[in-house]
Design a protein around this ligand. Structure first.
Ligand code: HEM
Ligand code: HEM
Length: 184
């Protein structure tokens, strides 16, 4: 008799890292959007927190990508249509890429403007490039556009997750939810 395959979820470290990332970005993306549009002393406090949280996300993303190499995501049961699976994987891949590249771009941009970076006030990061405001402007413009691309990708990602949960009513979201919140 063929064994019935039941859907299984992501491992606890992958889930914890996913929701930690989501919570941190829910703070740091709005900070990024607001800080470039306001004036006054608070602007610099928001820059600091945007940057410090961004570095934290970088470490978590590095962990996620390395962890994933040894722990591939569980298969979808029933399998997703090929195109949908490819679309989901592409969005995930682009998000990982952006979350690894953006903090480095932010760091290069700060170095080029001559702004020292001191994550959480704990230690000073070295400058990645020497002072060059023209370079800083280009790199931070790219950082800003990539930020908007991330916002669009996350919109698609969250819409897809909610569509699976509320309309298709499959296990996709429960694969990622913590067990305490109904996860598999
Ligand atoms: C995961 C990481 C990050 C994301 C998703 C992100 C996203 C964003 C977004 C959405 C903006 C606003 C763009 C705009 O409205 O024009 C922004 C601006 C900015 N971010 Fe980040 N950021 C991240 C990490 C960092 C880090 C680690 C640093 C610094 C080391 C940094 C430095 C900056 C700076 C300096 C700006 C202002 C750019 C400008 O002057 O136009 N970001 N970021
Ligand atoms: C806001 C920041 C978020 C980021 C950066 C993010 C990123 C990612 C990434 C990179 C993956 C792929 C995991 C892997 O296979 O290695 C993933 C999976 C997933 N995310 Fe998110 N996510 C975010 C928020 C959310 C939210 C708010 C929801 C739900 C409403 C959600 C639902 C899911 C689900 C259900 C999966 C599993 C997809 C599957 O099984 O194919 N995510 N997320």
């Amino acid at each position: 008799m063929a064994m019935e395959r039941l859907p299984t979820g992501y491992g606890p470290p992958a889930r914890a890292a996913h929701w930690a990332t989501a919570a941190l970005l829910a703070v740091s993306i709005p900070l990024g959007l607001v800080m470039v549009r306001i004036e006054g002393d608070v602007k610099f406090t928001l820059y600091n927190w945007h940057e410090w949280i961004g570095f934290t996300v970088w470490w978590i993303t590095l962990f996620r990508v390395s962890w994933r190499l040894g722990h591939p995501p569980p298969p979808h049961v029933p399998p997703l249509p090929t195109l949908q699976h490819a679309a989901a994987e592409s969005v995930h891949g682009l998000l990982y890429l952006a979350l690894l590249a953006m903090p480095i771009a932010g760091w290069i941009g700060n170095s080029a403007y001559g702004f020292p970076l001191e994550p959480f006030g704990l230690f000073k990061l070295p400058d990645l490039v020497s002072k060059n405001e023209a370079l800083g402007r280009v790199v931070l413009d790219i950082h800003g556009w990539t930020g908007w691309a991330v916002i669009v990708l996350l919109g698609m990602h969250v819409a897809a997750a909610l569509h699976h949960h509320l309309v298709v009513r499959d296990a996709t979201l429960r694969r990622m939810l913590p067990r305490a919140l109904g996860g598999l």
